[in-house]
Each structure stands twice: as C-alpha cells, then as structure tokens.
Ligand binder design. Structure first.
Ligand SMILES: [Zn+2]
Length: 390
C-alpha cells in the first residue's frame, strides 16, 4: 500500500460561460471566452420577430472577474430608446436584485461593467417573477379561508391556467378582476400581484372591508407560454394578447378563458397590470375612447386615481400615454373591451422598467419590492372606491 504518487491537479482557470437554462433565460452569445469582452445580442419573440426586447441570462465562472458586457443590438430592439437611461438588473441568488450602471452607446450597444464577487450572477431586463412564486400564490389562495383557485383551462403549450379568487366566494357584492403579465416580458406585474395577495391576506380593517364586499379574481399570469419561451410581448403563437379581446384568435385561448370567467360573474372593476419600457413613472390609462363613454366613467376613473394618490407616493397623474379621442378606442385592448362590455371602471396600470422619476433609487431603481408595495396600494384604493363602483 502506499507509494502511489498522485500529481497535483494543474490549476485550471474555469472558462466563462453564458447560460440561459434558467427560467425566462434568453440571449444570443456572439463571443464570451474573455470576461473582458462578452458580446451578446437580444433575440426576438419566437413566432413574432416584430418584438425583440426581453433578455435574461447567467454568467458563470466569473468569481473575481471584471466582466465587460456589451448587448450589441439593444439599439435595434422594438423599444430601442428604452435602453437610454436604463440600468441592467442583476442578482447573485435570483431573489435579491440590484441595478448595474449601463450605457446605450451611439453604436446601439448597451454596455455595462461588473466585478463579480461570486462564480455565478444573473442579469435580466427586469427581475423575473418565477413560476415558484406563482405556485406559492396559488397555494396561498387554496389554503386561505377567504380564497380559492379556479383552473380555467390549459394554455396551448399545456400549462395550467389558474385564476385566484378572494373575498365573496358566494359571488355576492362587487366583482373585481385583476390580470397580469399579458406581456410576458413585464414581470413587475407578477410582483404586483404578489403584493395584492399579501395585502388581501393581512387581517386588518382594509382587508376585511375589501374581502367582505367584493369577489377579487386575479389572473396572476395571463401568458404562461410566453414566459416559458422567454418572449417579451407575445404568446406561443406570436400573438399580443392585449390586442385579442374583441374577437380572440383561436390561437389565443388565454384571452377567451378570462373573457368567459368575466361573462359568468360580470365585472365592476378591472385592472390590467403592465410594465412600460419608455416612461419612468407609474401611471393609469383609462377607457376614455370607448363608444359607451359617459361622465360616470370619467368620475369613477378620477375617484380611483385620487384613491391611488392617497395610498402611495409612487403613483402620479401627470405622465401617461395621452387620451384616446372620443369613440376612437381600440376595443381589442383588454381595458377598453371590458369597459365597453361591462360598463364599468376599467384601467391599465403601467410600472417603469427604468428608475422611477419622482422617487429615484440609484441602487435598485423600480424594483420587485416597489411593485409589490404598489399591489398593496391597489387594495387600499379599492377599499375607498368599492362602495361607489355599482
Ligand atoms: Zn404590457
């Protein structure tokens, strides 16, 4: 025994790897052998190359390395200017996210430098809201005495399509619908939903008032297939679901399933939750251009905006997309179709990808935490507005 000399293993520097086998992972690698010159490109939505914006990837083998990353085609993406004044989101653990100062160059490349303290680090357009977190919200609704889960069907790729319900499960009282992530590359909408559920399940006066007087139906992820594919805007068939509400294409059953649930219960309040690539503010869009528009709609919108202003300093009413001219609304957009069909308060909510102009945060910018807090503010605004909805 003994005597076998084992030569020490040569010190091998691990190679840098760009990996996309994480949820929502998507990026094209042009070159990545040298951490000082990592060259990447953003890929289009699978079935619809008009949309190219979402990215998500991990760098591995980078402990102690100073990574110089260039996303070379940022300036050729769908919302190219969205990358000006935008900082990339980063995380070591996929839970705590922070921003890395980034710069859109004249050549259209978005560049950033990152000195990694660990072997692996993730980067994304915005902190992904994962399927684990979605599953946790489903479980919370199932376990709550004031909640339940309806599986409305399955997506074209076979994913279950859950709708959470809280409050008046006997369908007495007002009917509230909140939907999120019609656009899969806007994960702040998922974080928002988590904040809504957090606030509803607190045992205080506000939660009791809302749960006691309304049924709150929440579709936390309208576009599970798009999320799974790493799409920014569209579902597995390449369709923008927020242009499918008037006459849903058979390849957009996600919309048809929710329309059916709405028709069964009726709708008194609808909120469609999104992220906006360009505008560094939280804002609401109403349904002022629908044929059915009345002064009552305008008063309900103004009342809800005032309640949101009272509930959170992150909301404002100065910056938005502008108003549709009377009768000119696109009824294929969810909030317009719902307002026209159910004659109710119906709104689109947008959160920024960039930092928040009124209350900037240089470390995290607009973040999962603030998206969740905004979800809580929705419940507080609902407590104020529910009595006047019907
Ligand atoms: Zn959107």
């Amino acid at each position: 025994m003994g005597g076998l000399a084992i030569a020490p293993a040569p010190a091998i520097l691990p190679a840098v790897r760009v990996e996309t086998d994480i949820e929502g992972g998507k990026i094209e690698v042009i070159a990545a052998t040298d951490p000082g010159a990592i060259r990447l490109a953003i890929l289009p939505d699978g079935e619809n190359p008009r949309f190219r914006q979402w990215f998500c990837f991990a760098l591995r083998g980078v402990r102690g390395a100073r990574c110089e990353v260039a996303i070379e085609n940022a300036g050729a993406c769908t919302w190219a200017k969205a990358f000006a004044g935008y900082d990339v989101c980063a995380s070591y653990d996929g839970v705590a996210w922070f921003r890395v100062p980034s710069r859109l160059g004249d050549d259209g490349a978005l560049r950033f430098t990152f000195a990694s303290k660990r072997d692996g680090v993730r980067f994304a357009y915005f902190a992904p809201w994962t399927s684990d977190r979605l599953a946790a919200q489903v479980q919370r609704a199932r376990r709550s005495r004031r909640g339940e889960v309806a599986i409305l069907g399955a997506t074209p790729l076979g994913a279950p399509f859950p709708m959470l319900r809280f409050g008046r499960l006997d369908d007495v009282g007002a009917s509230v619908f909140v939907i999120a992530q019609q656009h899969p590359g806007e994960p702040m909408a998922g974080w928002f939903v988590e904040g809504v559920v957090d606030r509803l399940l607190r045992t205080d006066r506000v939660a009791r008032a809302v749960l006691g007087s309304a049924t709150i139906a929440i579709v936390p992820r309208m576009n599970p297939d798009g999320v799974a594919l790493g799409n920014h805007r569209t579902n597995a068939a390449g369709l923008d679901l927020n242009r499918q509400w008037l006459e849903p294409d058979p390849r957009a059953p996600e919309v048809a399933m929710v329309r059916e649930a709405m028709t069964r219960r009726g709708v008194d309040f609808f909120l469609d939750v999104h992220g906006d690539e360009m505008i560094p503010h939280v804002f609401l869009q109403g349904a002022e251009g629908i044929p059915l528009r009345t002064d009552r709609h305008a008063a309900l919108e103004a009342g809800f905006a005032a309640a949101m202003l009272a509930a959170t300093p992150d909301f404002q009413t100065t910056h938005d997309y502008g108003r549709d001219a009377p009768g000119k609304a696109n009824l294929a957009i969810a909030a317009n179709w719902v307002a026209q069909t159910f004659d109710c308060l119906s709104l689109t909510l947008e959160m920024p990808f960039k930092d928040h102009a009124e209350r900037p945060d240089p470390k995290r910018a607009w973040s999962p935490e603030r998206s969740k807090a905004l979800g809580g503010a929705l419940v507080e605004a609902l407590a104020t507005c529910l009595p006047s909805l019907r």
